[in-house]
Design a protein around this ligand. Sequence first.
Ligand code: SF4
Ligand code: SF4
Length: 732
Amino acid sequence: MGSVQIVTTILAAAITAVAVWLAVRAVLKMVAVIRLGQPAPERFGDKAARTRTMLVETAGHTRMLKWGVVGAAHWFVMVGFVVLSLLVLEAYFEVVTPTGGLPVIGHWTIFGLVTEIITVLGLVGIVVLMVIRLRNRPTRPGGRSRFTGSTMWQGYFVEWIVLLVLIFGLVIRGFKVATDHFEYPLWATPVSHAVGAVLPDWSDGASVAALIKIAISMTWLIVISLNVTMGVAWHRFLAFPNIFFKREPAKPAGSGLGALRPMTSQGKPLDFEEADPEKDQFGVAHVEQFSWKGLLDFSTCTECGRCQSQCPAWNTGKPLSPKLLVLSLRDHAYAKAPYLLAGGGKDLTGEEKATQAQLAHLDVLSLAEGDKPLIGDAESGGVIDPDVLWSCTTCGACVEQCPVDIEHVDHIVDMRRYQVLIESSFPSEAGVMLRNLENKGNPWGAPQNTREDWTKGLDFEVPRVGEVDDFEYLFWVGCAGAFEDRAKKTTRAVATLLNEAGVTFAILGEGETCSGDPARRIGNEFVFQMLAQQNVETLNEAFEGREKAKRKIVATCPHCFNTLGNEYGQLGGEFEVVHHTQLLAHLVATGKLTPVQPVDGGVTYHDPCYLGRHNRVFAAPREVLGDAIAGDLTEMPRNSERSFCCGAGGARMWMEEKIGKRINVDRVEEAMATGAKTVAVGCPFCSTMLNDGVNGKGAGEQVEVIDVASVLLRSVKPEQPQGGRETAPIGG
Ligand code: SF4
Ligand code: SF4
């Protein structure tokens, strides 16, 4: 070992020792913070599916690759990080001796070839990512981007480190080539040979370059260890457990969507018959009341801003960004951690748990963080502003896009639950809806005895459950379908088409009440449970004696479809629920319904969030429209998984939209820009919102918003009177 190698070895060992010590400290700190969360025993089930999903999602980059170039570039960088870690390890042999290399595999040509390819692809990938970040920097001319609010220096820092590590890998090899100590052939390592051709014949060059490479890598480790909230770096490690512990591993696309998690206290579902707010946790009032998986979610956020770029609230000027919400919760959790780890925190009656002595050593900032309300405006120093919390439509675009499977909607609803159930704090206008649900069983407060009014004037009988036993489908009409004028047309269209196709069905009539979706999504789990239990009981009675496959329900409202199909199982109601567009697509495909007159004038389709993203029903409505219309469906730029919300979900239908541009107007502008005369929908809420948007733009005479079922009915029975305005712009 020469004198240069003695120095390089000592320096490499010293900086590595410091970095590893800091990294161990950082990991212990992170684990301690995550362990502050509540238990989540359900996250440990089905380990085989979890492992499979984690491997497929990470190795296959299933989310990222939906973003084309950026996904591919990130894949190369990720693979580069894993494989080229071996080259960092190899550098430790090279600081000791310039001709050193990894034992065994370091002499294989295949190792030289693979690492060469990955180095080059990694270099291309990181340069692409750097260019993308720069072109989308929030300070660029043109304003906000998905990186608005991200900690930009951290992103630049990580990218430069990757770039330099890759470059110095080639420099080490180049010095080995220049000194004739490189054992891989030219054909396997052409870039290394090209670098070697321009480097001097310096015998210590490889050792010095290896030291620089180690120093760069360890600087990265030191910086991220001193910044445990640096998700852009830590996600390289945390993404694996975060995906492994996702809510529904068997549902890689859409885990964290569909059903909401039941309310839990100490990891156990809450039973409202016995629950006591002084003993049980009702929603989330403090950051440590999220489950440990919630705290892992917050720690894992990469600050990539994909969620933000798709969020309807953010895109219409509301204060909510799912990314900024997650970052606020993360920063608060880590800032509050010293206080919590010292024994601090409030019990369920609001009393401080720690003694004066326990908190005596804490600095004033940690104590102040411990006192911050989780929800509160700027004046009260709240972590999350109420306007942020109540702007969410629970559309799921954030969950859909997040490459590390963060479950934003669950966290938002958990915070709403505490606000509604304990603080009675929510937008006052939604109070009428909640009272109507409690007293009348529907959000509009319509009399229950008018639930069947939509059947009046039909030229066939609509039987009730109990009047017939041999029905195939129970037709779940929903509150909108029963009481709201536009939705009633859809209900009638579906009933007419089912009758035409010879499908036997029956309704519950006055036995039906609201599914409970708006109550659950605003956070009033108590009212949801009340309504859901009543409905489950009624439905179980209606299907008594039938196996699950024969307990078939068809629903026209995606919110009911989602609640009955995905959430009633939590209360003992197991049913086979289909959306009407799925049943209609099947009836057309099997020849039971025959479109005879194509509807023309241009048609576009708006995916309802609770049908599409939350339940992955994208094809069926398009199939129905494809059979019923003349020409091809005109898609909006934001469609299918990336569809843009109408603004009504998450009980926003019953809240005023006071901030920013109206979401429905934004969507209607996109629909109208396609030039289509008909905007087809598959949800009564979307229908209301988009109709309001069209009318608000004074375009009611040019553009019609109607349900897919009504479009099909016009094609199947063109002679059928459609009533009112609906016939004017389409149908030929
Ligand atoms: S669910 Fe939709 S509205 Fe709510 S934060 Fe996510 S993207 Fe935004
Ligand atoms: S998409 Fe996920 S990782 Fe990216 S900023 Fe949003 S929450 Fe963070």
